[in-house]
Design a protein around this ligand. Structure first.
Ligand code: GLA
Length: 400
């Protein structure tokens, strides 16, 4: 719904005029499962927002309504106190994020006031477009401002990552929260997840291709297979990488993360690692190199090279990291057979969700028809296909 409608719905349900905050979803162009290994990623925020309306509340704690689920929950102060007991089983799953963010803010010394909140999310859930980080950042923005706390965007991103790690239970890296907090429209973000330094790469000029009408678009194809990260596979991948690092560090104590390792060293230590850990490490090490090469290719406007790196990334995620699924592989394969497509790969954590595609603008319609039709024919699922624009990171919505 529009911000104006959210404001009106808030007034109708809780009364009063709320402040509105928003945070975007993101698409990752390349650099998957590298963030929690101290590596590089290249995401961009996209034009799907989660919005949070907030007004002063009367009760003890928070009263929160989710428009998406049409549910209202009360979250008592004891649930987000510093010494709060672990999550209550059976709580509505979306509300865990509210508890998680409120706890992380409290732990950071922010005194959360009693408040009423209304949440409206348009980032597809379970699609690998980071609906969780969008929700976290929009909530953190809203609650921090209501508390009169001034927190830098990078601090909010770290706080939201902690919320997800500690209360939701996904040991995610920093990419999604950082992209949701600090992205700038018209740009992709080259983020070094170890130093947290980032560089903005202008996309609009780079996605213009000589001879092509209107340049190149970022197109997202949703397999409609939903993933869940809180489940074990994501955390298991992280453990497998940690196992690899521990084995590599026995040969070279200076190795603290896969960022400290190149392919030659990994190969030289092959017998020290079990076969699964070896393949997981190989993916991460080569993916880091691909991100840097892709950033160079983008800066030079070499989209053929960028696309080749995307394909290579997908192959590695499928074979070495084993986070793809038949539907993602099919979607990537179908994209590869359409003329005017530079590159295609799964985006986000995997096990379902979306692919990201770079498609010449004059081929977008043909792409959507061909990929959508063949995918439906093969799987019986009708994919959502979004031609997306880049967006700014989390902010207060001033004018409605
Ligand atoms: C999820 C996590 C991120 C990142 C990606 C995979 O989106 O939240 O931190 O690890 O998966 O690249």
């Amino acid at each position: 719904m529009t911000p104006a409608r959210l404001r009106a719905q808030f007034a109708a349900r809780f009364g009063g005029a709320p402040a509105l905050h928003r945070a975007p979803g993101r698409v990752n162009l390349i650099g998957e499962h590298t963030d929690y290994n101290g590596g590089f990623v290249l995401p961009a925020a996209i034009d799907f927002d989660t919005r949070v309306a907030i007004g002063a509340g009367a009760g003890r704690g928070l009263r929160v309504h989710s428009c998406n689920f049409d549910q209202t929950v009360r979250i008592g102060r004891e649930q987000f106190a510093v010494d709060a007991a672990p999550n209550q089983p059976g709580a509505a799953s979306w509300s865990v994020y509210v508890v998680a963010v409120a706890r992380a803010l409290t732990a950071a010394g922010v005194q959360i006031p009693d408040a009423d909140l209304m949440i409206d999310g348009e980032v597809p859930v379970g699609a690998g477009l980071s609906s969780s980080a969008a929700l976290e950042l929009a909530l953190a923005h809203a609650l921090a401002e209501a508390a009169g706390a001034r927190l830098e965007p990078a601090a909010l991103a770290l706080l939201c990552q902690r919320a997800e790690n500690e209360t939701v239970g996904t040991r995610c890296g920093i990419m999604d929260q950082y992209a949701a907090a600090l992205s700038r429209a018209g740009h992709a973000m080259l983020l070094d997840c170890r130093s947290l330094q980032h560089r903005e790469l202008p996309l609009d000029a780079r996605l213009r291709v000589a001879g092509a009408r209107g340049g190149v678009k970022i197109v997202i194809c949703n397999t409609m297979v939903r993933h869940s990260h809180a489940g074990g596979e994501y955390n298991r991948r992280r453990e497998e990488c940690e196992r690899g690092v521990a084995a590599l560090a026995r040969g070279a104590p200076a190795v603290a993360s896969l960022r400290d390792v190149d392919e030659d060293f990994l190969v030289s230590q092959r017998t020290a690692l079990d076969e699964v850990a070896f393949r997981r490490c190989r993916h991460v090490i080569l993916e880091n190199a691909r991100v840097l090469a892709a950033a160079d290719a983008l800066e030079q406007g070499d989209l053929d090279q960028f696309g080749a790196l995307m394909h290579e990334s997908h192959r590695s995620l499928r074979q070495d990291y084993e986070v793809s699924c038949p539907e993602l592989d099919l979607m990537v394969e179908l994209a590869g057979s359409v003329e005017g497509v530079y590159g295609a790969r799964m985006t986000g954590g995997g096990f379902g969700g979306c692919t990201v595609n770079l498609v010449r603008e004059d081929a977008v319609e043909r792409f959507s028809e061909a990929v959508g039709g063949s995918y439906r024919g093969a799987t019986g699922r009708t994919p959502d296909i979004y031609v997306c624009e880049t967006a700014d990171g989390a902010a207060r919505i001033d004018a409605v």
